[in-house]
Design a protein around this ligand. Structure first.
Ligand code: NAD
Length: 340
């Protein structure tokens, strides 16, 4: 299978591309390698993918370009003729979107629109793209299930991701493009993002510096280990593109479209209190954190909790990594990568 993975220099895109290369797919990575966070970390991920591609017989290519540039995207589709697409390139981050909404318009709205159009124009058996638990906003009805409460985003990042789901629906309906949106719940693991809590906390605890604990450590997050996410993404990608007539016709994303249009939660279904997450990091590091307690940040959801029963039914999704195990794998990677 020939697969386009956008965002392959990013955290999740790197892991997904690596898994597809390892199993023998022909993979084309696509990323603008922006400086939202440390570019060296992105370059290191890309080097690892190059090495892996070479070891696996060379079925890996990388295009460094912007999805907001339609000619670059169309050029990649013309050159490589993808069967399927995993779309993980985006401007991520909740808090950054409050100060820089324009970056989200460019990558998440214009870029996503270009990608849908390239899929329509050049043909694509299945587009799998990243959405987010942030679409549930401040919903308190737990766990979050796909059919309820995704229309009141608390910030612009969530608004652009919800817009992606609606844009995908229109392309599924009008052009029979099979699309599946996966709402990721706080993904963590080795090669993780420097703007996310696990990375920042690990770095500061090792440096003896205080960590900022929002909402006084009281909120819960459905932290999901990256390998569990990758398993779900790859199984989703492999599903046949034909309409799945046995699949839950009462679901909110059911086949009103002429092609399959689906949205699933992909999380751990086991929310953990922020303070317990911090304790797991302290244990893995063998050091105590200095805490700076702060209120809940504007735009942050108080709690997240995924109901993943629909994805379990569809692809047998069953996350298996506990926070204790996942955090210690991250810490091992961090110490090794940064030699600390
Ligand atoms: P990331 O920032 O590590 O990766 C995104 C990559 O996309 C980056 O390498 C960036 O350079 C690239 N990119 C951004 N704009 C681009 C553009 N215009 N053209 C080409 N490339 C561009 O983020 P991630 O954590 O790997 O997230 C991957 C996807 O999952 C994103 O869509 C994100 O919104 C979503 N998501 C992530 C999480 C999480 O916890 N990590 C949670 C929910 C949703």
């Amino acid at each position: 299978m020939k697969v386009l993975v956008t965002g392959s220099a990013g955290f999740i895109g790197y892991h997904v591309a690596a898994r597809l290369i390892e199993r023998g797919d022909s993979v084309v990575g696509f990323d603008v390698v922006n400086d939202y966070y440390d570019v060296n970390l992105k370059r290191a991920r890309l080097s690892r993918l190059e090495e892996l591609g070479t070891r696996q017989g060379g079925h890996y290519r990388f295009v460094e370009a912007d999805i907001a540039d339609p000619s670059a995207l169309n050029g990649a589709f013309e050159d490589h003729r993808f069967d399927r697409v995993v779309h993980l390139a985006a401007q991520a981050g909740v808090r950054y979107s409050i100060e820089n909404p324009q970056a989200y318009v460019v990558s998440n709205l214009i870029g996503f629109s270009n990608l849908l159009e390239a899929c329509r124009r050049h043909g694509c058996e299945h587009l799998v793209y990243a959405s987010t638990s942030s679409v549930y906003g401040g919903q308190t009805d737990m766990p979050f299930s796909e059919g309820r409460g995704a229309d009141h985003p608390l910030q612009f990042y969530a608004a652009t991701k919800r817009a992606n789901e609606l844009m995908a629906h229109s392309y599924s309906h009008l052009y029979s493009l099979p699309t599946t949106g996966l709402r990721f719940f706080t993904v963590y693991g080795p090669w993780g993002r420097p703007d996310m809590a696990l990375f920042k906390f690990t770095r500061n605890i090792l440096a003896g510096e205080p960590i900022e604990v929002f909402n006084h450590g009281n909120h819960t997050r459905d932290f999901t280990y990256v390998d569990d996410i990758v398993e779900g993404v790859v199984r989703t990608l492999d599903k046949p593109a034909s309409p799945d007539t046995n699949f839950d016709p009462a679901a909110p994303d059911s086949a009103i479209s002429s092609a399959p249009f689906r949205i699933f939660n992909i999380g751990n279904s086991n929310p953990v209190k922020l303070m317990d997450y911090i304790r797991a990091i302290e244990t893995a590091l063998g050091r105590e954190a200095k805490l700076t307690m702060l209120p809940l940040q504007p735009g942050d959801a108080p709690d997240t909790f995924s109901d993943t029963s629909r994805l379990a039914q569809w692809i047998g999704y069953a996350p298996s990594t506990s926070v204790t195990v996942g955090v210690s794998r991250f810490v091992d990677w961090y110490r090794d990568h940064y030699r600390v």
